[in-house]
Design a protein around this ligand. Structure first.
Ligand SMILES: C[S@@+](CC[C@H](N)C(=O)[O-])C[C@H]1O[C@@H](n2cnc3c(N)ncnc32)[C@H](O)[C@@H]1O
Length: 233
């Protein structure tokens, strides 16, 4: 996923207010761990949160997708980015905060992988460090058999993208079709995005099993809620 769409990623998600989200994240971090200085942003994508957070924290990023990381490196010169799978990485380093934002956690697909990812992230926390996860939908809240369309419309780039929301094998499956135009021409491609539909109990269990005290913020950064795990058990 995101391989073909990487160069369009920032345009596709132009509606997302990263500045506002990063300010809210900073507020949450200050409430739970006022002395925090370092952040590892896992599944960091094109580095848009890090671009803002780096003025206040020592940041590193991690993502599985090289194409997105190339954009992140250009956006945030001097920042260390790791090309790695969030379910199994070892940076031999601990951070005050590890984040996994914008529902990226659901790309691990299975509960077994959720447990692995959360345990791996928790292993990279200092004492009293925070693991901050923005979840995806659960089976109960997911919207099925709908059609969603989004548009991006700038002078030199126009994109229309749409997908049906389907539930299959306990996952949400989005076969996203993109029509992207620049002055050089118009291309069409599609990407299959499969995301695990974990429920509240599963997120909480994965976090407590990883030795974290779990807190929940109903709103989160993007209206999808947020889990905050403190490494103090
Ligand atoms: C919806 S994007 C969010 C990116 C970024 N956090 C943001 O807010 O813009 C999901 C991200 O998860 C990454 N991802 C998916 N599976 C991953 C995995 N197993 N390990 C690390 N990153 C992964 C993708 O490459 C992509 O960057």
């Amino acid at each position: 996923m995101f391989v073909k769409s990487a160069k369009f990623y920032d345009a596709l998600y132009h509606f997302k207010d990263y500045k506002k989200a990063s300010e809210r994240l900073t507020e949450i971090i200050s409430n739970f761990n006022p002395g925090a200085v370092s952040i590892l942003d896992t599944a960091c994508g094109t580095g848009k949160h890090i671009e803002i957070l780096k003025s206040r924290y020592e940041c590193e990023g991690l993502d599985i997708n090289k194409e997105l990381l190339d954009i992140a490196c250009q956006r945030c010169p001097g920042i260390v980015f790791h090309e790695s799978d969030m379910t199994e990485f070892n940076l031999r380093k601990e951070f005050d905060v590890v984040t996994c934002l914008f529902s990226s956690i659901a790309y691990v697909k299975t509960y077994e992988n959720l447990v692995k990812a959360v345990a791996t992230m928790a292993d990279h926390l200092k004492e009293n460090g925070l693991l901050i996860i923005e979840p995806w939908f659960s089976k109960e809240t997911y919207f099925v058999n709908t059609i969603t369309a989004n548009h991006y419309d700038e002078k030199d780039m126009k994109i229309a993208w749409m997908y049906n929301s389907i539930m299959k094998d306990e996952m949400s499956v989005l076969d996203i079709h993109y029509l992207a135009g620049t002055p050089e021409g118009v291309i069409h491609f599609n990407e299959l995005h499969e995301l695990g539909l974990f429920d509240d109990a599963q997120y909480r269990k994965a976090m407590t099993d990883a030795g974290l005290e779990v807190h929940y913020d109903k709103e989160g950064l993007f209206g999808r809620g947020m889990y905050i795990g403190i490494n103090n058990l």
